[in-house]
Design a protein around this ligand. Structure first.
Ligand code: FPP
Length: 245
């Protein structure tokens, strides 16, 4: 097999499924929430590293549409954790020029959490560095469904004709709107699945699975993922020769 052309660029958009907090805590005979709290330290490390490396967007899967099925104390603990993180970290985000945006159905959150999310989005709206997208009460199928509803409305009111619909219309109607599609998808915790994350947007992402549990994932692990990405040949359906040309 011909040697692969190296793709030395840093990914523009990195999307991460932060898995393994519960198992990390269990191994220490601690409650699952202890693992989520420890996971916030990895979140901080990864944000700083991506920001310094010049990554444009970082999307973190913090809470899936399916996570409501978890024990009540874990769900309420996670909600308090999100609130606490937003309260404590806004100053740091502003200092590092990080813009925060949430994607997902936020209407299911408490009015207090919804207001806090809106406030931090507004406070960091002028930041021009890393775009940090937190997927909370997010599901890839939910995202496609809400996009379809938006487009159906546009068709119904005569703004668009069905045969004028393009992939670009779908892209804009998704919650990620104008963001570039993820180049690199990382999942920690040893599982190898997408779990209803950015289903449409991940079409051409390079996939990287790490055995590390999320609280153990640090700068070195992220660099390993970037190195693996740099060694991949992204063909987007073309032949290797066409890509080189
Ligand atoms: C999955 O591990 C992790 C979560 C469902 C929560 C992750 C959330 C954080 C680290 C807080 C981040 C906060 C912000 C605002 C970005 P798991 O519980 O499924 O682990 P397991 O597979 O070992 O059970």
């Amino acid at each position: 097999m011909a040697k692969k052309e190296k793709n030395n660029c840093i990914p523009r958009h990195v999307a991460i499924v932060m898995d393994g907090n519960g198992r990390w805590a269990k191994a220490r005979f601690m409650p699952r929430l202890f693992g989520h709290k420890k996971g916030v330290e990895s979140v901080r490390k990864v944000i700083k590293y991506c920001s310094d490396a010049g990554v444009e967007c970082l999307t973190l899967f913090a809470f899936s549409s399916e996570n409501w099925k978890r024990p009540e104390d874990e769900v309420s603990g996670l909600m308090s954790l999100f609130m606490g993180v937003l309260e404590k970290e806004t100053v740091g985000m502003l200092r590092h020029n990080v813009r925060l945006q949430f994607i997902g159905d936020r209407s299911a959150f408490s009015a207090q959490l919804q207001a806090k999310i809106a406030l931090v989005e507004q406070e960091t709206a002028q930041c021009s560095g890393l775009k940090l997208i937190v997927a909370a009460n997010y599901g890839g199928r939910w995202d496609i469904l809400q996009a379809v509803r938006t487009m159906a409305g546009q068709v119904q009111c005569g703004e668009l004709k069905p045969d004028e619909l393009t992939e670009a219309h779908i892209g804009k109607a998704l919650s990620t709107q104008e963001l570039p599609e993820p180049d690199l998808f990382i999942r920690t915790g040893g599982e190898q699945r997408i779990s209803n994350f950015l289903l449409w947007q991940l079409a051409y992402a390079e996939l990287f699975f790490s055995e590390k549990l999320w609280p153990e994932f640090d700068e070195k692990c992220l660099q390993q993922a970037f190195d693996a990405y740099a060694g991949r040949e992204r063909r987007f359906g073309m032949t290797g020769e066409q890509v080189k040309a």
